[in-house]
Design a protein around this ligand. Sequence first.
Ligand SMILES: Cc1ncc(COP(=O)(O)O)c(C=O)c1O
Length: 468
Amino acid sequence: MDELRRTGRLAADVTAGYLESVGERPVWQPVPEADRSWLMRQDLPAEGRPLSDLLDDIRTRVLPYPMGNGHPRFFGWVNSAPSVAGVLVAPIAAALNPSCAGGDHAGVLLEHTVLRWLADLVGYPHRPGGGLLTSGASMATVVALAAARQHAAGRDGVDVREDGLYGRPPMVLYVSAEGHSCLRKAAELLGLGSRQVRIVPVDDGFRMDVDALRTLVARDVRAGLRPFCVAASAGTVNTGAVDPLDEIADVAAAHGLWFHVDGAYGALGALAGNAGYLGMARADSLVLDPHKWLGVPVDCGCVLWRDPALTRSTFSLVPAYLRDDHDGGIGWFSEYGPEQTRPFRALRTWATMSHLGRDGIIRLVDTTVRLAQRLAAMIDAAPDFELLAPVGTSIVAFRYRPVDRDDKLDELNRRIPAAVQHRGSAFLTGTQLAGAEALRACLLNPATTEDDLALLLDEIRAAAEIRP
Ligand SMILES: Cc1ncc(COP(=O)(O)O)c(C=O)c1O
């Protein structure tokens, strides 16, 4: 253990040094050929190497080439800076190395607390057995929609686990045009078929059009199909839009649909006092990712549900050697999802939440929402930029629109993100909105300043000057 103790101290220095200097480095830089080759094609050494050599490799060949999140001018996709508390405890979780499938140990007990905290934070009703930490929202969505499928088939007198979907009217899922692709992936994986995923149009604010939802459901009922679930978004990935959750919950209730909410990115936005979140607590299942806005180091997703017994009955398959009646009869976490061996995600999440406290989490959300509003105001005031969507959470969708290049706007905006990334001073990604090429900046890092926002706009202007 002496070697671990010695190099562990060095590793702590390397880690803190990296985090404290991250803002002074390029946000992202291409990997030169020699390092790329080492990273991708090195051979497994025949003899093991000392820990200190590994640390040297990490310092010289790994740390210089980060994805970029962590830097205050990283505005891409939905990837946050890691919380220091999460970084601190990650090696301890590895040292304990439990499987949080179940059993009676700290990893499992702490996961119960973290799930309760997450539910309480966003005002979602919680009972023991009412959630699961997952690898991310994609897996969380599979779990939620599997429960929805089980529920709907059960109401039709069918056990979908035994009988599959054979001979049943196709089950239809309703997702807005701005819904995340993980919803369709889950539908495909669960054997529903993407032809049964109805794409509900959105309004001018990129929110689900509830009248269109009603029309589509009625049409499918008339056609003899089986509408079973509507998946709304509390913070879409493109614009951060929050669907009219309360109205959608009414439609779901009227038609006996499972009401799922994808709050992977945006559920925490409820803390900023946005009335648009009314209705989120009515969801049958809610996905929210601690590894997004909250800053828990990857990976940590989460799914919460209203009815623990139902989700358990969707997945539970307990061989004799795993049977356990601990935890007040709610069983093992592995009975609530597809994973058996499960990592100790709860420690990173617990540490992050404890370190920030409820007030700190609210401040984090408030600060980043205000930064997004500030960026939107700067874009509004600039003659060469155009805002493409209202800013409801902390994502700003916009495009560069210099006065003299009106005709090639799509082409121009399509190549801007890569050009900005290569310049190394800021990082943003693009998307398509209503068929147009768009830029989007996702604000998750409270260390971002107004100067960083101004620099982002200047970087876009400079990148636009680079001819392909
Ligand atoms: C709204 C939304 N839903 C789902 C996902 C998928 O999350 P994950 O990558 O954790 O699976 C994302 C990812 O950005 C997202 O923004």
